[in-house]
Design a protein around this ligand. Structure first.
Ligand code: TXA
Ligand code: MG
Length: 356
């Protein structure tokens, strides 16, 4: 299949191009489109064939349900049963980087929700996404635009690298503003199933109630009963073996000094300290601006595979605000391989680093 690439301005979307993409959705095709969090790979949520092809193209396990994107409250109410008492609050948070899990209305294809009785719904805060959904006149089922297990796309070029020739359209609207996926809140249990671009602290503020946050959601434990099925799987991983440094930032240089042929992904401050020693570094931005770190995270996890290194090290960040979402991604990307001492790092290297 020939993939059509459409460049669309995120502030002033060209209607004609949006119509071309929407026509693909209406025909049951797949369209990769921008949102404020990451790019999504979307199809008509009510077209079973389109939904099945999303799973196939992504290589996604059929037990992992898709998120459904809407352009307005009315559309949301047509697919999910939202508790009345929360409607005003939800209306004030949308469009935005938060998805809600609610009971699914009859008629939502079982393929979308993987046979669960619930559905995850979100209204993205991105003009191109909203216009595309409106013009398609149907909710769009869309997981993040990455093959299963790999880092999500935050630029159209990432998506092209992954899916050129496998989808009908890729819309290029530049870099994603937030850079990590939305926060998912289950409204029945009031639990954060996945921390993300919407800070948990702000949920407490908006709802006047603190959400539960499980260890599994923070990426600390792999749970067989994790309630967002996606949390069970390894995820976000580059091909390069990745180790997560959990020690103090100020001790990083001492801990890793003398190690050979690796790349370091971390804060500007740590990159400066290590770069002087000739280490290949991928700078995520200053520790002081955690939002910037989030927005460059996936790009760096994708870039690292372009280097000829035996392994990569990534450092930890505080878990406040969007930091919790960052740490969830990093723990999973590193496949729970952590170190804080030289000895632990050496053990990881001898067990997992590439030896060619
Ligand atoms: O920011 C985002 O949320 C991006 C953009 C494209 O909107 N989308 C995204 O979708 O990250 P996806 O499919 O990669 O992640 C959706 C997550 C998965 O972990 C899935 O298991 C969970 O939501 N999920 C979907 N439906 C669910 C449900 N009914 N109950 C619990 N978890 C659900
Ligand atoms: Mg994903």
């Amino acid at each position: 299949m020939r993939t059509k690439i459409l460049k669309i301005d995120s502030r002033k979307p060209d209607k004609k191009k949006i119509r071309i993409a929407a026509a693909s959705i209406r025909r049951g095709g797949l369209v990769i489109f921008p949102t404020e969090t990451v790019y999504g790979i979307g199809g008509d949520a009510f077209n079973r064939k389109a939904v099945r092809s999303i799973y196939r193209v992504k290589g996604r396990p059929s037990g992992n349900p898709l998120m459904v994107h809407v352009s307005g409250m009315e559309m949301a109410l047509g697919i999910g049963a939202f508790p009345k008492r929360y409607l005003k609050i939800i209306d004030s948070l949308w469009p935005g980087p938060i998805a809600f899990v609610v009971p699914a209305r009859r008629g939502v294809p079982k393929e979308v929700v993987s046979g669960l009785g619930t559905v995850a719904i979100r209204m993205p805060d991105h003009k191109v996404a909203l216009e595309l959904i409106r013009e398609s006149r149907t909710p769009i089922a869309a997981p993040s635009a990455n093959p299963s297990k790999m880092p999500s796309s935050t630029k159209a070029s990432h998506a092209t690298g992954y899916f050129d020739g496998k989808v009908d359209v890729i819309i290029d609207s530049g870099s994603s503003r937030k850079g990590i996926e939305s926060t998912i809140l289950d409204l029945k249990t009031f639990t954060v199933l996945r921390p993300g671009a919407f800070p948990a602290e702000k949920i407490a503020e908006a709802f006047g109630r603190k959400p539960k946050i499980t260890k599994a959601a923070r990426g600390l434990a792999t749970s067989k009963v994790a309630s967002a099925p996606g949390m069970r799987y390894r995820h976000y991983s580059p091909k390069t073996p990745l180790f997560l440094y959990t020690g103090r930032p100020s001790a990083i240089r001492k801990t890793v000094s003398g190690m050979d042929n690796y790349a370091f992904i971390g804060s500007r401050e740590s990159c400066r300290a290590l770069g002087r020693w000739g280490v290949t570094v991928l700078d995520l931005g200053s520790r002081k601006s955690i939002e910037k770190v989030a927005s460059s995270l996936f790009d760096s996890l994708i870039k690292v595979d372009g280097f000829e290194v035996d392994f990569a090290i990534v450092e930890s960040f505080p878990e406040g605000g969007i930091g919790m979402g960052i740490m969830n991604r990093l723990r999973k990307a590193a496949n729970h391989r952590y170190f804080s001492t030289r000895g632990q790092l050496k053990a990881l290297i001898s067990k997992y680093a590439k030896d060619d």
